[in-house]
Design a binder for this molecule. Sequence first.
Ligand code: DGL
Length: 269
Amino acid sequence: MSDKAPIGVFDSGIGGLTVVKEIMNQIPGETIVYFGDTARLPYGNKSQETILTYTRQIIRFLVGKGVKVIVVACNTASALALETVKTEVDIPMIGVVKPGAKVAAETTKNGRIGVIATEGTIRSEIYNNYINNINPQVEVYGKPCPLLVPLVEEGLLEDPVTTEMVRRYTKELLDIDIDTLVLGCTHYPLLRKTIRSVVGEQIKLVNPAYETARSLKKVLIANHLENDPTVKSNHLFYVSDGADKFKKFAKSILPCEVVETKDVNIENY
Ligand code: DGL
């Protein structure tokens, strides 16, 4: 049995492409419909109500594209909206926080985990809750990093300004001797090189994207939704603003052709 319907993936911008890349690597037979809410980014400093409204609009858009599963490739929306919207649609939905928390809990040796993420994600304490559900002994220290998303969206992945901001944001986490650092925003894996250069080789960096793709595979199998891997995929990319800029970036990081990227007025959904 196979299901040719695509997988819907969304984020506030380009960050979710780090999750798409991992899905394409691990489940190459699937087709992706991606939505990046570039017109309304960043999500990290917005209220839960606003994130819920945005998430519902994007879900309506993706469901209209016939997706069989939705991956919330945004920590902020996973933290502030997923539990609510999950009950409102009848297709499976997964986020990135739970998989990331699982890896972090399994990775730490000294029981001290740092989480860098948006203000919304840190305020929700969702990483603390998930990690402590797995292991109540672990101490989780969150640090909001509001300037990192705009730096990534501007393409300043390796730049002295970005390095300086990563240094400031991670200083207190390094001072309290964490041994594991969760990249708790899907934009941050794009800064991996810079983050590594600041925190050094000893600290384990956790990118939730890998485990999210593994969870997705399990969901597809459990629900008999896998595609036939011999079928050639045509991925579709949509954004709420700046399709050309997005396309250029997507082409530079994804292991596939990015044939077309379209602008969508998401407020209409
Ligand atoms: N990439 C998103 C996240 O994982 C949101 C970043 C933002 O728009 O602030 O949280």
